[in-house]
Design a protein around this ligand. Structure first.
Ligand SMILES: Nc1nc2c(ncn2[C@@H]2O[C@H](COP(=O)(O)OP(=O)(O)OP(=O)(O)O)[C@@H](O)[C@H]2O)c(=O)[nH]1
Ligand SMILES: [Zn+2]
Length: 215
């Protein structure tokens, strides 16, 4: 395998999928076999024979976000809105991500709002952007910032708001073992940052009592 080069730790650069040499599929499957042995299993037992293959395939889905471009997803916009300039909100976008510290699942939902300026985007594209960033190794703060920054940069609206609530498998199934604890992060840009009533309207519309502290 070609030695890996060190990745940038600059969050802005992490928004772009890093072009690093990849191990072969066989090498990835061998790594899964090693982990099975490390866990105390026998990778040659019948039930585990195909597991390295399945895990490699699952990784293609869980980490498919590295091979898509969230900026591209937002490029097609519609401007025949008859001057619609109120908030557009997409609520409860369920996602699964993986924490970069433990590679454990982060399971949660995102709420996204923006205040359009002359053009709107196909609404499914907001959920696509969430998945594009969620299907990478993440910390929740960066996931939240990347979604908001990308929408802001491409659509250039009057404001963008993103709130994410999620449970971290690394906290619920190991370590501190806190079941039912969720992490809440937000990023407010433009009018959502500068205008308290716009922010309040958004937080009321997502209807989450946990967010009253932000009102
Ligand atoms: N801020 C932030 N922290 C996270 C996220 N996901 C996991 N963590 C935390 O990252 C930290 C990693 O801490 P370490 O002390 O290096 O790892 P650890 O010994 O496994 O920590 P414990 O989970 O406390 O057992 C832990 O406190 C995790 O709870 C995230 O999305 N954002
Ligand atoms: Zn973790």
């Amino acid at each position: 395998m070609t030695p890996l080069v060190r990745r940038s730790t600059d969050p802005a650069k992490l928004a772009v999928p890093p072009a690093l040499p990849r191990p072969t599929r066989e090498e990835a499957e061998a790594a899964v076999k090693t982990l099975l042995l490390w866990a105390g299993e026998d990778p040659a037992r019948e039930g585990l024979l195909d597991t390295p293959k399945r895990v490699a395939k699952a990784y293609e889905e869980w980490f498919g976000g590295y091979s898509v471009d969230p900026v591209d997803m937002l490029k097609r916009t519609f401007d025949e809105t008859d001057g619609y300039d109120e908030m557009v909100l997409l609520r409860d976008i369920r996602f699964v991500s993986h924490c970069e510290h433990h590679m454990a699942p982060i399971v949660g939902r995102a709420h996204i709002a923006y205040l359009p300026l002359n053009r709107v985007v196909g609404i499914s594209k907001l959920a696509r952007v969430v998945n594009a960033y969620a299907r990478r190794m993440q910390i929740q703060e960066r996931l939240t910032a990347q979604i908001a920054n990308t929408i802001n940069d491409v659509l250039e609206p009057k404001g963008v708001a993103v709130v994410i609530e999620a449970e971290h498998g690394c906290m619920t199934s190991r370590g501190v073992n806190t079941h039912g604890t969720s992490m809440v992060t937000s990023r407010m840009l433009g009018a959502f940052r500068t205008d308290p009533s716009t922010r309040r309207e958004f937080l009321t519309m997502i209807g989450n009592p946990q967010n009253t502290a932000m009102l």
